[in-house]
Design a protein around this ligand. Sequence first.
Ligand code: PGA
Length: 262
Amino acid sequence: MLPSKLELQSFPRRNDAEIAVAAEIADLIHDRNQEGLPTVLGLATGSTPIGVYAELVRRHREQGLDFSAVTTFNLDEFVGLSPQHPASFHAFMDQHLFSKVNLPKDQTHVLAGHLPMEALEEECASFEDRIRQAGGIDFQLLGIGRNGHIGFNEPPSSGDSRTRLVTLDATTHRAYQDGFAAGEMPNYALTMGVATILESRRIVLAALGEVKADIMLALQGTFDDPDLPASFLHRHPNAALVLDAPAGSKLKDPTGSQAGGK
Ligand code: PGA
């Protein structure tokens, strides 16, 4: 029996889970603003964080949540896609968050996957440097792919991987192909590495919907396995798994305080 340190938060409905995640982020920003400290967020894209960002935007508009001292680093971006392409993660972030809150543009960092191939290694190294210069990530938001990826750390990804160029696998192609014309979806992406993610001081992985039930069950019984990149999170001292009821429906003990398995 290997111990998991992963805290499990289960909510009956998707919206409850989204609001809980947004509330944690908003409280962190608020508290650090009060202390005169900046907040460094690691952000995710995909369907999972959309409701989280909507709630953060609502709190900005209705409660004055102030993003002026927030710096953000996004997990990943497609290679060879213009930042203006509607399926790019640059465009996603502008649409769902950046254009709707008072976050200065030069405090947002999304990997520049549109640069020429020969510039990508330098871009990844620079991204790691920028995270370090910002003082590290206070809070990292994660989704999870049906193949167990976090960011675009496709299986297999080692626990000591850093920000790098990766090849997208078939599961990821199926999950994202709707945003692209036939044959247009990139085969490569840039992603923060597993080790880069694990250096965040707080990590919250949100898994929402029945489509995530099988990978949640697999995660419950898998530790430190490159074939399930999210399984490295079990060892993090301050990470939580936030689920709605459908995503947790196959777990052995979905109401337990830990997500630990074997
Ligand atoms: P999703 O993607 O939020 O659209 O399910 C998650 C992921 O691929 O990490």
